[in-house]
Design a binder for this molecule. Structure first.
Ligand SMILES: Nc1ncnc2c1ncn2[C@@H]1O[C@H](COP(=O)(O)OP(=O)(O)OP(=O)(O)O)[C@@H](O)[C@H]1O
Ligand SMILES: [Mg+2]
Length: 356
């Protein structure tokens, strides 16, 4: 059974005259991993800092386990150190003069945990992040990935109620990023951690999150599990942010859909707003030379011309023009000569419609 752990209500924050958070409402379930995703400057770090208690909201309320920890109305503010949250930052922030063991142990010392217990807990997390062999090394003698493992261990050893990550992998190279992403995901699941993870990287967000909150200009524009966010974006902004390649303005014309490029599509089964944008993800679009198409029924089937292609190894991305300048992107198993006639096909269920 799930229960609400963290509740943010109508959070607003300004820096000077500039509104940076504009009415954030958010509920996090216990054991959930929520990813805050969004472009640079949309307010992700600021929201994380409000939750951590590193800055106070100008308006609104934050509660944990039903207890208010921030209330802009009354001025109540539980200091960060009393929240029992762990934080992992992009720049690792390890103590340079302490070795790995001491870095991880430090917080327990401050808390007055006894030596034997400290040792036991540090050993345990060293094992979990596979850094046991490096316990005597100084941070300067570790790679970026190893330093970040220590930073994660240092947060985990405190057994935080909530783990907050702010772009922990963005200082690392691509291969290491992916490797550590899997490890973090494993740790969060193994410990049944409740976590909020900030990133501007979509694949990181999708692979880690139970739910993703997509932020834009200080607001959450959609919060959903990754599949729902990807397949059912609520707006053109969300679809574009998530890289939807086929996005066409349309208007209903009787039963049909009239795309702005003089192309008419047959009536879809689902109910569709009067006007808006049609979204079709490119991996759902198959493009093949005209003669090779077998007559599989039920698909939207358009005539087009291959204008451009990108060979990707296992398949080929095709840019095909249909109708009056509408370019559909889709995939073909093989190259198609530029200028060749093609069929552009996708299932009606692959169509998604947004009103704005
Ligand atoms: N202490 C501050 N004083 C003034 N403005 C600030 C301060 N902190 C952040 N801002 C501004 O608030 C906005 C949101 O910043 P924030 O750091 O939350 O964005 P972000 O989503 O984390 O971006 P990034 O992906 O670049 O880290 C930005 O326009 C930033 O310049
Ligand atoms: Mg940030």
């Amino acid at each position: 059974m799930t229960s609400v752990f963290l509740h943010c209500e109508r959070i607003e924050k300004r820096f000077g005259q500039v509104p940076v958070l504009r009415g954030i409402d958010l509920q996090l379930q216990r054991g959930e991993c929520l990813v805050l995703l969004g472009g640079s400057g949309c307010g992700k770090t600021t929201l994380l800092h409000v939750i951590a208690g590193l800055c106070t909201p100008g308006h609104g309320r934050v509660s944990v386990d039903g207890r208010v920890i921030d209330d802009a109305g009354s001025g109540h503010h539980l200091p960060a150190r009393k929240r029992r949250f762990g934080m992992v930052f992009q720049d690792f922030s390890l103590w340079p003069n302490m070795n790995v063991f001491e870095n991880i142990e430090f917080g327990l010392r401050i808390q007055g945990v006894r030596q034997a217990e400290r040792r036991r807990r540090v050993e345990e997390v060293l094992d979990q992040v596979r850094m046991g062999a490096f316990r005597d090394k100084l941070p300067a003698n570790l790679s970026g990935g190893q330093q970040q493992r220590v930073a994660i261990a240092r947060a985990l050893v405190m057994r935080p109620r909530l783990l907050l990550f702010d772009e922990p992998l963005s200082a690392l190279d691509a291969k290491l990023r992916e490797e550590l992403r899997h490890e973090i995901s494993g740790l969060i699941r193994d410990f049944d951690m409740t976590a909020i993870y900030v990133t501007h990287d979509q694949s990181e967000a999708f692979s880690l999150a139970d739910r993703v909150a997509l932020m834009h200009e200080g607001q959450i524009v959609q919060i959903d599990p990754p599949e729902a966010l990807y397949n059912r974006p609520v707006s053109r902004y969300v679809a574009e942010f998530l890289g939807a390649a086929n996005l066409f303005e349309y208007q209903r014309a009787g039963n049909d859909l009239a795309l702005s490029c003089n192309l008419t599509l047959p009536p879809p089964a689902q109910s569709v707003p009067e006007m808006g944008h049609l979204v079709v993800h490119r991996e759902k679009v198959s493009i093949a030379p005209t003669g090779r198409v077998n007559g599989a029924g039920g698909l939207v089937d358009l005539e087009g011309v291959c204008r451009h292609q990108a060979y990707l190894g296992e398949r080929c991305e095709i840019f095909a023009e249909a109708g009056n300048g509408a370019v559909f992107r889709g995939f073909s198993a093989e190259r198609i000569p530029t200028g060749a006639s093609v069929r552009i096909r996708f299932a009606p269920e692959a169509m998604h419609f947004v009103a704005h």
